[in-house]
Design a protein around this ligand. Sequence first.
Ligand code: CAA
Ligand code: NAD
Length: 282
Amino acid sequence: MAIRTVGVLGCGLMGSGIAQVAAASGYKTIVREVNDAALQAGMARIKKFLADGVAKGKVTEEAHNKTLGNLTGTTNTADLKECDIVIEAIVENLDDKRAIYQAVEAAVKPETIIASNTSSLCITELASATGRPDRFGGLHFFNPVQLMTLVEVIRALTTSEETGKTLTEFAASLGKEPIAAPDRPGFIVNRLLVPYLLDAIREYERGLGTIEDIDKGMKLGCGYPMGPFTLLDFVGLDTTYYIANIMFEEFREPRFAPPPLLKRMVLAGYHGRKTRRGFYTY
Ligand code: CAA
Ligand code: NAD
């Protein structure tokens, strides 16, 4: 199936990155947010990333203008009607995702593929919430989408061969490296990454070291680009908490359980960089 127009649901951390990359790759891209304020914040994030890219000599003026020219923002789901694929990147919550799929299906063509960027929810369950379980799959991007080259492609039990192939080819057309991942919570990367991040919080609570020293240890001792607390703030503590709950629900193993400190920080509104306060202050 030929993809020309891409819809993105959510213009938060991930949706803004996905929309930027799709537009930069030549697709007409329409990104949908819940209200004008959220849309403007997401669009501003895209414009800043592009402007920084130009200033760093990584993005040409031409690519900057082409990307913005291909991109439209909306708060109206009906504006997605021409989309050949809609990538959902809204909050990690099953009910919210189900509700938005219903609204999208009322607007788009029968052949349109819907893909979720979920970090941990069951792709088969999401697919079953739509009237097109064969034209549904997981496309899991990594943060920051503009710089991370991996995309996990997840087929639901119901995903058709053609949809799976289209999703893989589409990810490659964005300049990404697709890998096939199983429909299990966390897929491949988060299955290994999330217990590590949760363990860092638990061990910090048990007095392993300061936040700064644990981060420095993993960064300088292992060559990781970010220590666990910097990465937690970067991913979002709210998103990490939702992911941990979903993974614990499925596996019932203590290592996936959200540590008490994470829960309390989320309840206090300390969601990491996006709220300017997490394990660090920004
Ligand atoms: N436009 C274009 N290019 C840009 C840019 C911009 N605005 N900003 C930076 N770049 C380029 C830089 O020029 C540089 O390119 P070169 O390597 O060619 O020199 C490269 O991007 C790296 O940029 P910086 O040197 O400025 O930044 P950095 O070295 O500090 O790296 C980072 C930043 C890539 C984010 C790095 O810190 C990193 O990899 N962190 C870990 C991120 C990670 O683990 N993400 C996964 C999170 S988990 C997830 O996403 C899944 C989930 O479901 C939760
Ligand atoms: P975020 O909180 O930064 O953004 C979510 C955005 O979705 C918000 O701007 C919100 O206003 C918007 N939204 C909520 N309901 C909506 C709706 N009905 N229609 C349109 N927009 C709506 O979250 P995020 O980090 O971008 O995460 C989004 C999804 O991507 C989640 O499923 C998450 O698990 C997944 N993900 C996150 C990361 C990460 O590192 N943060 C990485 C990979 C995947």
